[in-house]
Structures are given as C-alpha cells and as structure tokens.
Ligand binder design. Structure first.
Ligand SMILES: [Zn+2]
Ligand SMILES: [Zn+2]
Length: 148
C-alpha cells in the first residue's frame, strides 16, 4: 500500500505548502481520501471518523474536502441524484464502473482509453483536455445476491 501512503503524504505536503494547518481532523479526512479504494461520500467519511472526533460536524468534513479538491488532490464524482463521491487515490480523470444497486464504484484499467481519446480528437477536431467516462451496471456481489 505504498501508493496510498505516498498519496497521503503528498496531500499533506500540498496543504502545508499552501499554509494550511494540519489538524488531527484534517489528517483523518486526508487518510480516508488517500487510502480508500471505494470512492467514499462525505457522509461515509464522516461516519468513519465521527467516533474519534465527536465534536466535528458533517459540514466540517465537507469544507475540508472542498479545500483538498481546490488544491487538485481529490477527484469529485458528481451524480444527478446529488450524491458526490471522492477519489483521493487518483485525483485525475479516469473511467469508473458504478453498481446501480449497492453504489459501489471501481476503477477499471482500460488499455483502450488512449486510443479512444485519439479517436474522439480526430473525429471532432477537438483537443481533448479531460474526460468523464462512467459505466453503469450490477456488480458481481449484487448479481450473486439476486441468484440466491
Ligand atoms: Zn453492487
Ligand atoms: Zn476512481
């Protein structure tokens, strides 16, 4: 899990470099963003740390995430139902697979992504700067549950 540790240290360094104080609450939030593969929501981050910081509010967690996002250290995935999820492991555009039942979000590794970008670019004459590529489906766990 060296990468997670590197991400954690990188986010802390960036905050410090911009003159932000590193409070224990902030460290806990950064820890979850950097170390979880599951693309947590603000609510799930709050649930994971409210035991350790009983006086902290959901709004504080949200404000910290907005700050970390403003430094480019977390990718926000917004959804039409208003539920945002966050990826602090890969703060750059990348494809996602989303389970419509349990809302699990996974990062697939797509060999064809670069090719796809080239195709879009040559077909539209756009210089591609960014992308958002979401696949929706039903994950293996949820499929199994259905079959029981
Ligand atoms: Zn599922
Ligand atoms: Zn992701």
């Amino acid at each position: 899990m060296a990468d997670h540790q590197k991400r954690f240290e990188g986010i802390v360094r960036n905050l410090k470099g911009h003159g932000y104080k590193i409070t224990p609450q902030r460290l806990a939030i950064i820890g979850i963003l950097a170390k979880s593969d599951g693309h947590p929501s603000v609510e799930s981050i709050y649930d994971q740390i409210k035991g350790a910081f009983p006086t902290m509010s959901l709004a504080t967690v949200y404000r910290n995430i907005v700050l970390i996002k403003s430094l480019g250290e977390v990718l926000e995935l917004g959804f039409p139902d208003g539920s945002n999820r966050y990826d602090g492991n890969k703060p750059y555009p990348h494809p996602h697979v989303i389970c419509i039942k349990c809302k699990k979000i996974v990062d697939p590794h797509l060999e064809s992504l670069d090719q796809m970008k080239k195709e879009v670019s040559s077909e539209t004459n756009f210089k591609i700067l960014n992308h958002r590529l979401d696949f929706f489906g039903i994950c293996g766990d949820c499929l199994e549950e259905n079959n029981e």
